[in-house]
Design a protein around this ligand. Sequence first.
Ligand code: PMP
Length: 359
Amino acid sequence: MYIKDQVKKLTPYKPGKTVDDVKKELGLDEIIKLASNENPFGCSKKVGEELTANALNYAIYPDGGGTVLRKALTEFYQLPGDQFILGNGSDEIIQIIARAMLDSSKNTVMATPTFPQYKHNAVIEGAEVLEIPLIDGVHDLDKMAQAVNDQTAVVWVCSPNNPTGVSISDQDLKQFLNKIPNDVVIVLDEAYFEYVAADDYYDSLELIQQYPNLIVTRTFSKAYGLAGFRVGYGIAQPALIQALEPVREPFNTNSLAQLAASAALKDQDFIKYCKEQNRKGIVKFQQFCEEYGLSYFPTQGNFILIHFNRDADEMFESLMKKGIIARSGHALGYPESLRITIGSEEQVEKTLKAIKEII
Ligand code: PMP
């Protein structure tokens, strides 16, 4: 059996324990899972209504063009349908970009720590990975631009960045884009876009029209509350989308997911509500951190990375015993921090109470 050397070196994704397992193991009635930045409010009611109203024929393959969802995106963004590529989560868009654009003759530039799937996919394709450390949770865009050379094919920018939550300003991003050569593709991962409340945030749709080498990725997994359906998308100029399309599996987004996502997109009141609740939760966390002298990154996402100045795994275990599952910072490049998803008001209260008891 031939396995690529670089694949042999990778460790497979290890799923965490299920909520039911943790409940049983610890004898707890309630578990609050705040480890994967999912939406504590679920998804729009319109999703259930739409799925009930439309009798889908599961015996036939999904619409490989994603007509209904593409139309919904076209109406929502006021952009032509050929500016979107649909994926099985934005994870798959990342994979498609890596498969289409990276091989062992290329390198790719990204921040560290950042969302691990950029590196993971680049390594599988055999590309050299150039990682530029964050400064205080923020992308060092100057150093990233300097790292770009003749072999660079793709630069990854994550804003708000996972795991820090920090977003990039309009001015910084524009300066950066102007420094990147036209033949290098810039991926702007905006998985948490809907939560951003920063005044200095850029308008990525405007930037797409200006930069033919820019692709923005977004997802239905976070604010739209459809992580279980696996739908994400890329937005770029038609030529860039067309370059990626041959790599996309024909039936990569399933029928239910397409319908659910198109219904979710039409309920912007739900998104507004989730964004407001998320902001309130962030304020509570920040006040808590100030009060207890804990440092944290100023997040624009639906999670917060808090530095506890003690072993993250230890903190994680203590919190889990109290029914709260957060994400240990060990695997995220912050061994003394926890990344905690902002839950509902009640969940935030319970989380802060639990943290108080263990610090
Ligand atoms: N990008 C970032 C920054 C993320 O945090 C995530 C999910 N954790 C993704 C992409 C992938 O999301 P999905 O595949 O569910 O769209």
